[in-house]
Design a protein around this ligand. Structure first.
Ligand SMILES: N[C@@H](CC(=O)c1ccccc1NC=O)C(=O)O
Length: 301
């Protein structure tokens, strides 16, 4: 078939247009009827940047088991109430080292900020080893990441904040942490060593432990939150470091029930009172959502 325009075909209509008119024809924003071109493009580019609150969840599993795919259990109660939920993937041991996992969670948080710059706050929530990784974000120097995430709250559930005791347990077999590596990745020790102050002093940090968590888990949470007379740590704690921290022992739950309960819409963690976060206001205002869960692989940005 002859498509050249020769051989009896009419000349293609667009060929009759001058360069300027052709340009206009192929610039859709010049044809909008309600908003101006610039405003339309700006509005459109923000469709994917809605002003939602984001809950970024970091799963536990002693840095060696668990995955994002098994850890989306809190998505429905939260998305139903207008909170976008991000379930973070990170390379567990033996593939990943503690340093890498900490960096991956930082980069995942930065991803959310860059992808959704209009977010109404990023709330970091972690369970167990995930609470440790989330807690490391309290001490992250964001300048090297090019953006400071809009962190508005931390929910640290049954976490470990001093990794030194872990070095002496079987948990360390696949982790290969040295004492130095353990300290480097211990938020409890960073509170003392690094002169990091909260970027937003109003950012609340809720440290939660289950009533039936072991005494060592209780001690870890309490001492991260606030110094006790018997503490062997240096003087700094979340409270003395200027964080708006609070501590909660959740009644009659163990290390696992404390997080299973997040699947329940009427669970205490999903209700107003123990959450000192503005997230609660967003959850209960009903002005957001419903939304789909957002999941992404670290490194996809
Ligand atoms: N091996 C551990 C399991 C464990 O600690 C765990 C399991 C699932 C999710 C979190 C866990 N702990 C910390 O990250 C245990 O037997 O208790």
């Amino acid at each position: 078939m002859d498509v050249s325009g020769a051989g009896g075909w009419d000349e293609a209509p667009w060929k009759k247009l001058c360069a300027e008119e052709l340009e206009k024809q192929y610039t859709p924003s010049k044809w909008t009827v309600r908003l101006g071109a610039e405003e339309t493009l700006k509005t459109f580019s923000q469709i994917g940047s809605q002003a939602w609150p984001f809950l970024v969840f970091v799963h536990g599993g002693y840095w060696q088991y668990g995955s994002k795919d098994e850890s989306a259990f809190m998505v429905n109660p939260l998305t139903a109430q207008g909170v976008a939920v991000v379930v973070v993937a990170y390379d567990i041991a033996p593939k990943g080292t503690l340093d890498q996992m900490v960096d991956q969670v930082a980069r995942s948080t930065v991803f959310v900020q860059k992808r959704y710059p209009c977010n109404e706050g990023i709330y970091l929530c972690g369970h167990s080893a995930g609470a440790h990784l989330a807690a490391m974000m309290l001490l992250t120097n964001w300048t090297k990441h090019g953006v400071t995430p809009n962190l508005r709250g931390f929910l640290l559930i049954s976490g470990i904040y001093d990794l030194e005791p872990i070095v002496s347990t079987s948990v360390n077999a696949p982790l290969h942490m040295t004492l130095e590596g353990a300290r480097r990745n211990s938020p409890q020790w960073h509170l003392e060593a690094a002169p990091v102050k909260p970027a937003d002093p109003a950012c609340p940090v809720l440290v939660i432990v289950g009533q039936h968590d072991s005494p060592e888990f209780h001690r870890q949470s309490r001492e991260f939150y606030q110094r006790h007379a018997s503490s062997h740590f240096p003087a700094q704690t979340l409270c003395t470091r200027g964080w708006k921290a609070s501590f909660e022992e959740l009644h009659d739950v163990d290390h696992f029930e404390i997080i299973w309960n997040l699947t329940q819409e009427d669970d205490v963690l999903n209700q107003v009172e123990p959450w000192p976060f503005p997230l609660v206001a967003a959850i209960h205002s009903g002005q957001h959502g419903p939304f789909s869960p957002i999941e992404f692989e670290e490194g996809s940005f």
